[in-house]
Design a protein around this ligand. Structure first.
Ligand code: FCB
Length: 457
C-alpha cells in the first residue's frame, strides 16, 4: 500500500443542498418552491415523499455542524433556499430566512469550517414559476436581486460563492425531460431556460464581487463524458451530439465561445429554435455570460456510452458498451468509472483552462444499513471515494489546478424524484428518529482529511 499526499492548501469538504436536508418547508416565513408543488403531484416521486421534513436540518443545524467538526471537514458546501429569503421570489425580504443562514455561517466559522455557499440548487420560488420560470427572462433579473440581498448579508463572512448548481439539470431535467421540478416537457422552453440560467449567473457575478470583496465566485456544472459505443461514424456522431447537449452547451458560452455551432444546427433542424434569429438571445448576453470567474465547480458521477439507436445492430460492428459489470454499479444504476474523473479534469484544463477547479460533488448511493452494533459497513462507498480521490490526485500531478473536493453527501437525504430510496450520505440518517450515525466511509474519510493522504490499496 502506498499513500498519495495532497497539496497543503487542498480543502476537503462535504456538500448538501437546502431542499434535500432542511425540512421546515412552511416555517418562519418560507414561501413555496417548485419542489413543494412537484412533490405533491401524484407519481412524480418514487416513494411519494417530499422534502417537508427531510433531515430536519433547519432545527438540527447545530448538531449537524458538530458532526462536521467531528469529521474534521475543512469546508462545507450548502445551498440557500431562495424562497426562505424572498418568499415570493422578487419583492419582500424575509429576515428570518437571512438570520437562519447567518447563524449557520457564524457557527461554521467558529468551528473553523469554511462556508461554501450555493445560491441556487433547484428550489425556484413557485411565484417565479407562475410568471414563467427560467424560460422567462424576468427570472434571471429576479435572481440578481436575490443574489444581491444574500451576498450583502453574508458576503462579509462567506468568501466562496457558487451561483448555480448544474444548469443542465435545471433546464433540461426541469423543462425538457420533466423528471425534475417543474416537470415541463418542452425543448424550446428548456433552451430558453438554459440561456436565462447562464445569463443570471453572468449578471450576478459582479454584484456578488461588489458585496463580498476578496470572495471567490464560480459556477458548478455537472458533466457526463460521452464515449461512442463503437468506432462507427454514426456512434461517434451521437457521442459528439450528447457532449454538445450536456457539456459544451454550458461550457462554451461560459468560456467565451458562445453556443456550439453544431448544436445550434441540431436544434434548428429539429425545429426547437427558429433558423434566422433566436429570440431569447439579446445583444450583450454573451459577454455577460462569459464574465471571468475564479473557479469552475465540477460535479462528476459517471460517464455515458452513446450509441446511434438508428444504426442496425446486424452491421456486425465491434460494438461494445465498455461498461463495468452491473454488480459494480451504484444503487442509482450509475456505472462506477473513476478514470472518467481524471479524463474530465484533463479535458477541462486543456480545453477551457479554468484558473481553479473544485470537485463540488462526487459520491455514491449504496443502501448499506446499520447492523446490530450500529456499524455501517459501506465498503463499496469507501472504495468508490478512494478511487475517485486517486483519480483527482493523478490530475493534480498532471498539472490541473484542483483546489478541493466535496463529497456528496454529508448525510443521506431527499434524493429528488427518487425520494428517500437512495442514500448518498457518508452519515446514515434514520428518518423516523432523525438519528445520525457515521458510516465506515465517514470514519475512513476523517482519516483522509487528517493525514491529507489517500491510501492506494
Ligand atoms: C446531483 C445533484 C445533487 C444530488 C446528486 C446525487 O445532480 O446536484 O443534489 O442529487 O446529483
Amino acid at each position: 500500500m502506498s499513500r498519495l499526499l495532497f497539496p497543503d492548501t487542498f480543502k476537503w469538504g462535504a456538500a448538501t443542498s437546502a431542499y434535500q436536508i432542511e425540512g421546515a418547508w412552511n416555517e418562519d416565513g418560507r414561501g413555496p418552491s417548485i419542489w413543494d408543488y412537484f412533490t405533491r403531484k401524484p407519481g412524480c416521486i418514487e416513494d411519494g415523499s417530499s422534502g417537508d421534513i427531510a433531515c430536519d436540518h433547519y432545527h438540527r443545524w447545530q448538531d449537524d455542524i458538530a458532526l462536521m467538526k467531528d469529521l474534521g471537514l475543512q469546508t462545507y458546501r450548502f445551498s440557500i433556499a431562495w424562497s426562505r429569503i424572498m418568499p415570493d421570489g422578487r419583492n419582500s425580504i424575509n429576515q428570518a430566512g437571512l438570520d437562519f443562514y447567518s447563524r449557520l455561517v457564524d457557527m461554521l466559522l467558529e468551528q473553523n469550517i469554511q462556508p461554501f455557499a450555493t445560491l441556487y440548487h433547484w428550489d425556484l420560488p413557485q411565484a417565479l414559476q407562475d410568471t414563467g420560470g427560467w424560460p422567462d427572462r424576468s427570472t434571471a433579473e429576479a435572481f440578481v436581486t436575490y443574489a444581491d440581498i444574500v451576498s450583502r448579508h453574508l458576503g462579509d463572512r462567506v468568501k466562496q460563492w457558487i451561483t448555480h448548481n448544474e444548469p443542465w439539470c435545471i433546464s433540461f431535467l426541469g423543462y425538457q425531460k420533466g423528471s425534475k421540478a417543474p416537470g415541463m416537457q418542452d425543448w424550446t422552453a428548456a433552451l430558453a431556460a438554459s440561456h436565462h440560467v447562464l445569463l443570471s449567473h453572468g449578471w450576478a457575478v459582479p454584484v456578488i464581487r461588489q458585496n463580498s470583496p476578496q470572495a471567490e465566485v464560480g459556477i458548478t456544472l455537472n458533466f457526463n463524458p460521452a464515449v461512442p459505443a463503437s468506432p462507427s461514424v454514426a456512434d461517434r456522431d451521437a457521442a459528439r451530439q450528447h457532449d454538445g447537449y450536456f457539456n459544451r452547451w454550458f461550457l462554451d458560452p461560459l468560456y467565451g465561445r458562445q453556443y456550439p455551432a453544431d448544436m445550434i444546427t441540431t436544434y434548428t433542424e429539429a425545429d426547437y429554435l427558429p433558423t434566422d434569429h433566436i429570440p431569447f438571445i439579446q445583444d450583450g448576453d454573451f459577454s455577460a455570460i462569459a464574465v471571468p470567474t475564479d473557479f469552475l465547480g465540477v460535479n462528476y458521477y459517471n460517464r455515458i456510452i452513446v450509441r446511434d439507436e438508428s444504426l442496425p445492430e446486424q452491421q456486425n460492428l465491434p460494438r461494445t458498451n465498455f461498461l463495468a459489470p452491473k454488480d459494480e454499479w451504484t444503487d442509482m444504476g450509475w456505472e462506477v468509472y473513476p478514470q472518467g474523473l481524471y479524463e474530465l479534469l484533463m479535458r477541462l484544463h486543456f480545453e477551457y483552462q479554468p484558473g481553479k477547479l473544485y470537485i463540488t460533488e462526487n459520491g455514491a448511493s449504496y443502501g448499506d444499513a446499520p447492523n446490530g452494533d450500529k456499524q455501517i459497513h459501506d465498503l463499496r462507498r469507501t472504495n468508490y471515494l478512494r478511487n475517485h480521490f486517486i483519480a483527482a490526485h493523478q490530475a493534480i500531478e498532471s498539472g490541473v489546478p484542483l483546489a478541493g473536493y466535496f463529497v456528496w453527501s454529508l448525510m443521506d437525504n431527499f434524493e429528488w424524484e427518487q425520494g428517500y430510496t437512495q442514500r448518498f450520505g457518508i452519515v446514515w440518517v434514520d428518518y423516523t428518529t432523525q438519528e445520525r450515525i457515521l458510516k465506515n466511509s465517514a470514519i475512513w474519510y476523517r482519516n483522509v482529511i487528517t493525514t491529507n493522504t489517500v491510501d492506494t490499496n
